[in-house]
Design a protein around this ligand. Structure first.
Ligand code: PLP
Length: 397
């Protein structure tokens, strides 16, 4: 990189002033539109990372900019002593489109999961039931708060942060035979991702999800589906649970819901949510009018049969091109996709290394562990952008 590079100057400053918990790319983005991004030195990139499944409609979508600027001219923030129209409208839309009757808004996936676990425990406590155990799965990811690393299945995320949250049991993902022992009369709730994204895009089988639903109902435990990454069109349906023909008790949503605005949502039924009376839970910023105004627009655009069909068509294009690349270069031992959410297992290569080399050639991707490339692009990425990005990836290999 050039001596007088603006990227370099800023990146050096980053290392001085930021906590060293991330290791970001050596360039700094200046602007972005659709699935293209330009850095401080004006270099162009194709964005296959989508802000890790957040920029669901790409960068600078005109309808989202309009929703945001309109709301920004009206009201930015209100305390929870007051309410706001965009939050009510968004909750109404979410309840019309899903199993849920009630919504709690927060600012992130971790907070949405925190609320889900609190709702589950409060529900049982309100019935004077002693059950408080939470069941989660190996390989899962639910966020980085202490509760969520305790729920998660990654030891590295937990190391040095002990003591963790007690009362959590981990089962084996997709292990049908182990389910019966796992869920008992002590289980308050089970939390599961329909597709484990951070683990490398591994889907729960329909059989597993349906048995989980049957057993939780039998035992009186709640089923929480963490759709923070899988939700809002990512899998080619509005929410991933819809693929499984199960009715959850609680769903958490974030990431793509805000299309880049920070928002988290915990969706549940009236019956389960009714113990959450005033004073039981809260969030200063949750339900922020600007975030909700943008999320309303995101949902309206994505919840369209034609749009979701396009997601599935582009999934096919993506995987065909990746398979072709692999025939030529023989670099992947596996390619898995669930909508516009793709995991590619690398043969003899480190994902961080490939990602860094892709940056040099103008392609942004993310990883899922040291051996898996993860693609979670904008759902409205164009065919040309897909083809261009894959061509760049080819040159990387
Ligand atoms: C399935 C899942 N749950 C929860 C989270 C945490 O979300 P956040 O980082 O917004 O707290 C993530 C983030 O990657 C996720 O993929």
């Amino acid at each position: 990189m050039k001596e007088n590079s603006k990227n370099n100057q800023l990146r050096e400053m980053y290392d001085n002033v930021m906590l060293p918990n991330y290791a970001p790319a050596s360039f700094v983005p200046e602007s972005a539109k659709g699935s293209k991004l330009w850095d401080k030195d004006n270099k162009e990139y194709i964005d296959f990372g989508g802000g890790i499944a957040v920029n669901s409609l790409g960068h600078a979508h005109p309808r989202l900019i309009e929703a945001l600027t309109k709301q920004a001219q009206k009201v930015w923030h209100l305390s929870n002593y007051l309410t706001n129209e965009p939050a009510i409208n968004l909750a109404k839309l979410l309840t019309e489109l899903t199993f849920a009757d009630n919504v709690f808004f927060s600012n992130s996936g971790s907070e949405a999961n925190e609320a889900a676990i609190k709702i589950a425990r409060k529900y049982h406590a309100s019935k004077n039931s002693p059950r408080n155990e939470i069941v989660s799965f190996e390989g899962s990811f639910h966020g980085r708060s202490l509760l969520n690393i305790s729920l998660g299945g990654t030891e590295m995320h937990k190391k040095g942060f002990e003591p963790l949250m007690p009362g959590i049991k981990h089962g084996v993902f997709n292990d049908l035979a182990g389910l019966e022992k796992l869920i008992t009369d002590k289980t308050a709730a089970v939390i599961i991702e329909p597709v484990q994204g951070e683990a490398g895009v591994y889907a729960a089988t329909k059989e597993f999800m349906q048995k989980l639903r049957a057993l939780t109902l039998e035992q009186g435990a709640l089923l929480i589906i963490d759709e923070v990454q899988s939700g809002v069109g990512r899998m080619g349906s509005l929410y991933g649970y819809m693929h499984y023909e199960v009715e959850p008790d609680i769903v958490t949503s974030a990431k793509g819901l805000g299309g880049g605005m920070p928002i988290g949502a915990t969706l549940t039924t009236k019956l389960i949510g009714e113990s959450m009376q005033p004073g039981t839970h809260g969030s200063t910023f949750g339900g922020n009018p600007m975030a909700c105004a943008v999320a309303n627009e995101v949902l309206k655009i994505i919840n369209d049969l034609g749009f979701l069909e396009e997601v599935r068509r582009k999934e096919k294009l993506f995987t065909e091109l990746l398979e072709d690349l692999n025939k030529e270069k023989k670099v992947f031992s596996g390619i898995r996709s669930e909508g516009l959410w793709i995991g590619c297992d690398l043969i003899n290569a480190d994902s961080g290394d490939i990602i860094n080399r892709s940056y040099e050639r103008g392609l942004i991707m993310v990883s899922a562990g040291p051996q898996c490339l993860r693609l979670a692009p904008a759902l409205n990425i164009t065919d040309d952008e897909i083809k261009e990005g894959i061509e760049i990836l080819k040159t990387v290999f």
